[in-house]
Design a protein around this ligand. Structure first.
Ligand code: CO
Length: 188
């Protein structure tokens, strides 16, 4: 296993529409293991493949986040491949979101409090999950990543300007991908 570099805003890979996964092979499995290890190393709730520089429709979520209504798998990590949201609640809620590609930056985003999603597991088996609260929000956030949509896009112009300035100040002199340990050092 390996801890991968995290790609930071405004790296262009974060803006690409990610491609569907076709092969559910050992290469995919070791990539998923690396993604989980990277997410935990960065203390993340979730991590999408474009955030480690790979433009594929894959994300992982910390298995400890609540809450599953039905489906899913009871494990340490949710691995969702080629995911789609197939049902949403009519309501909306506002939640203060963060993102590993915008370290230590948070902003209010409007989301559905409940979603039902269809995805594939690492063996190519179709699965369904019905999620609420933080897990529902995380699924919507990570799915946005696969379409090149980022946290900053959901915020007002004033916040966008502030975030751009802050990211430039903290990471402007890097190649915009760093090990999680290196990112933590920059935030000190
Ligand atoms: Co994110």
């Amino acid at each position: 296993m390996a801890i991968l570099d995290i790609y930071l805003y405004p790296h262009p890979v974060l803006r690409k529409k990610a491609e569907r996964v076709e092969k559910f092979d050992s290469e995919l499995h070791s990539f998923l293991d690396d993604m989980a290890e990277t997410m935990f190393a960065a203390d993340g709730v979730g991590l999408a493949a474009p955030q480690v520089g790979v433009s594929k429709r894959i994300f992982v979520l910390n298995g400890e986040i609540e809450e599953v209504i039905s489906g899913g798998t009871s494990s340490k990590v949710y691995e969702m491949i080629n995911p789609e949201i197939i049902e949403v609640d009519e309501d909306k809620i506002i939640f203060e979101e963060g993102c590993l590609s915008f370290p230590d930056i948070y902003g209010p985003v409007e989301r559905f409090p409940r979603v039902k999603a269809r995805y594939y597991d690492r063996f190519g088996e179709e699965r369904f999950i019905e999620a609420a609260e933080l897990l529902a929000i995380a699924i919507q956030h990570e799915l946005d990543h696969l379409n090149g949509v980022l946290l900053i896009d959901k915020l007002n112009v004033f916040r966008q300007k502030k975030i751009k300035k802050l990211m430039k100040k903290r990471f402007g002199d890097t190649e915009l991908h760093l090990q999680p340990s290196e990112i933590k050092k920059r935030l000190k």
